[in-house]
Design a protein. Sequence first.
Length: 255
Amino acid sequence: MPTFVHGRSTKIYLDEFDMTDYFNSADVALTNDTAEVTSYGATSKAYLLGLADGTLSLAGMWTADTDATDEELHAILGSASAANITVAQAAGTIGNRATIARCDEVNYSISNPVGDVSTVTADFQGTSNSGALGTMTYGITAGVQLTTGSSIDYNALGNLAGVDGAASSTAGGAALLHVPTNSVGGGTTTIKVQHDSASDFSSAADLISFTAVAAATKTSEMVVCSGTVNRYVRATATSAGSSGSITFMVTFARF
């Protein structure tokens, strides 16, 4: 029997913010243009695939709270820096699917109906100009969750569960990090993605290293790698801190 997923378990991360409490809809569309090449004498139309395109739309509730929808969606509209977005389906379980995106916000709309809650809609366009995306064709792609998105004490960080990619791949990939809360004091936190050909990670090697997260700092970063990605991948984290905890979401996509 198919395994279906209820939308209520989705989580939304936008740059260094967990925006799950504000949104109630997330739509992703990946398309390819087609050019007709039908010639005389043909009995059916023929096409060539053209340019790839990807868009993402978020909708939810308007609020003027600090670090919430109105403040953050206004801030990134027209920004020279593309937004890092993760849409985590059935969030909270390592290995579950996620959409990862690096794209530009192109529309921000506010609706204030007389008989209902004020709402927002934000539209994002994936583009090859949105940073170093390697072969991430649409600026938007499917990946897996490598963390649960839960808070972890500074002295409890370490290797998280591995995810089986079924086989190794050769075209690289991209990892996306969101750190929405961070109270670690006294030192930086280092977060990486590792890979291995063995499920026990007996020969684990670093695949992607994010910029060290400064004490008590929220951040987000996408890092692209090239070449071979072994069958198994996992997130790992260590801290030079002496107190506090950190919440982070890492997702990874193979190209």
